[in-house]
Design a protein around this ligand. Sequence first.
Ligand code: SF4
Ligand code: SF4
Length: 135
Amino acid sequence: MAIKKVVLNFPPRLIQEPVTYHLVRDYNLQVNIMRALVRPREKGRMVLELTGAKTDLDRAFEYLDQVGVQVDALVQELRYNPESCVHCTACTAFCPTGALSVDPDTRKIVFDASQCILCESCIPACSYQAIECQF
Ligand code: SF4
Ligand code: SF4
């Protein structure tokens, strides 16, 4: 058995397709959806842990490539450094999931890693290098 953590990026035309169902039924994979963001008519992004035989994983990646789903290896985690943050809130405007938000009581930034889909949109928004990818 092999385990792969990957990020799937769906173009709009594939958002309604039962891709994860095919991964389970046709390629005998166990699929653990770690995080997901789907915007109808725009795009979809899913962070998955896939478990299965190496040959099945290879066939599944071929299938994803053929249907047009971009697969990226999940090699990074996002790190928020509160010591560097000046709580300007600029990053929150770029965060599609609410993983970065403003605490209404303290007016300070809160990072909820469980909602982060690792899209990296917030990194260029921060002028203080308070957010970085960890490899
Ligand atoms: S990478 Fe940044 S912008 Fe993207 S979901 Fe995570 S916290 Fe939000
Ligand atoms: S953009 Fe950077 S400094 Fe500003 S609130 Fe976000 S993490 Fe903090």
